[in-house]
Design a protein around this ligand. Sequence first.
Ligand SMILES: Cc1ncc(COP(=O)(O)O)c(C=O)c1O
Length: 404
Amino acid sequence: MNHSTTLSLLSSVAMAPRDPILGVTEAYNQSTHPDKINLGVGVYYDDRGKVPLLDCVRAAEAALQLDPKPHTYLPIDGLAAYNKAVGALLFDGCTALAEQRVVTLQTAGGTGALKVGADFFRRFFPEAQVWISNPSWENHAALFESAGFVVNHYPYYDAAGNGIDFAAMLEALEHVPTGNIVLLHACCHNPTGLDLDEGRWEQVLGVIARRGLIPFLDMAYQGFGAGLAADGKVVRRFADGGLTVFVSSTFSKSFSLYGERIGALSVVAADADAAARLQSQLKRTIRTNYSSPPEHGARLVATVLGSAPLRAMWEQELAAMRERIRTTRRDLRLRLEALAPGRDFSFLTRQSGLFSYTGLDKEQVRRLREEYAIYTLDTGRICVAAVNSGNIERVAQAIATVSA
Ligand SMILES: Cc1ncc(COP(=O)(O)O)c(C=O)c1O
C-alpha cells in the first residue's frame, strides 16, 4: 500500500460523538459568564467548589515519602496488600470471604474493573447478552458494546413519579435468558439517585438466582449514601447469596483519588478452586490489555486501610462528604419549596448519593444554560455536590423558574 492510499484510508474515519458529560464541561469552560455553574460533573466538590485532597491521603503520601520505593512493575493483578484490604472492606463478615472463594484484582478505576470483567465474559460467554438499567451511567452500555456485547435495558426510572418502576424492572428480569449478565448499581444509582430498598433487593436476588443470571454489581459510591457498611450491604448480601458474583468498585470518589485510577474487580466463586481459576483467567485478560496496574493510588489506599488511625480519619472524612451531600439535598429542597410553594421537590431527599435526577427536560436544561449559565446534562441529572452555599440561591431560583 503506498503512502497516499494509507492517508486516504484514514481520512475516511468519521468524528466520534462527543462524550455527553465531558461535552457539558467543555461548554461550561467556554462560557464567559462571571457566575457560571457546572452541575454536570461526576465529581465530589467541597463547599468551596474544590475537589478535596483528603487528610488521610495527605498523611499516607507523607508516610510513603519517608520510605521511598523504586517504581518497579506491580504484579498483573496489582498490589497484594491493596487487594486484601479491598476484599476485607467489600466482603467484611461474608462467609464467601472466610471460605476463600473471593478474589480481588486491582484495576484502573471502576471503569477498568468493568472493562476487564466485560472482556473476560466476552471470551468465555460470547453468546451472553448484557442488561443495564434504563437509564444508567453512560459509559456502561458503551463499554460492554465495545467489548462486543449486545446491550439491553431493563426498566428502572419512573419519570411520572420520579421513582423506580419496580414492577416493570422485575417483570423484565423474569424474561432475561439464563446465563445473561445483569449489571446492577449496588448503591447511589447513577444517574437517578434512586436505590432499591432491602425488600426489593431480595426480590431481585431471587429472580437472578432462579433464572441463572450473572450479577455484575457496580459500586462507585460506597459511603456516599447511608454509610460505608449500609451502602455495602447489597454486595455482601449477593456474595453470600449462593451465586457467582462480579463486583466492580472504585476509590475515585470515596478517597477523592480520581486521577490515580484506583479500582478493583472482585469475583465471588463457587469454591476456592473455581476462584483461583477465574483469577488466573482474569489476569490473562489484564495482561493483554494494560499488563499491570499503576502503583501510587494502590499504595495510598493500602496505607490508609492498613492503619487504624488513618482508616478512622478516612471514615470521618467520608462521613463529612456524605453529610454535606445530604445537607445540600435538604437545603435545596427547602429553597425550592419556598420559591415554588405547592410543588413537590421531595425527590431530592428521597434520592441518595452524588446525583439527582431533577425531572428537568431538555428544553428546561437549555433554558438553565442560556438564561442562567447553569450547565447540566440534557437528562436533567445534576451533581448535588456541585451545589454549595455560594451558589445554592441562584441554582434554586433558576430551577424553580424554568420548571414552573
Ligand atoms: C456508576 C459508575 N460506575 C463506574 C464509574 C467509574 O469510576 P472510575 O472513574 O473509577 O473509573 C463511575 C464514574 O463516574 C460511575 O458513576
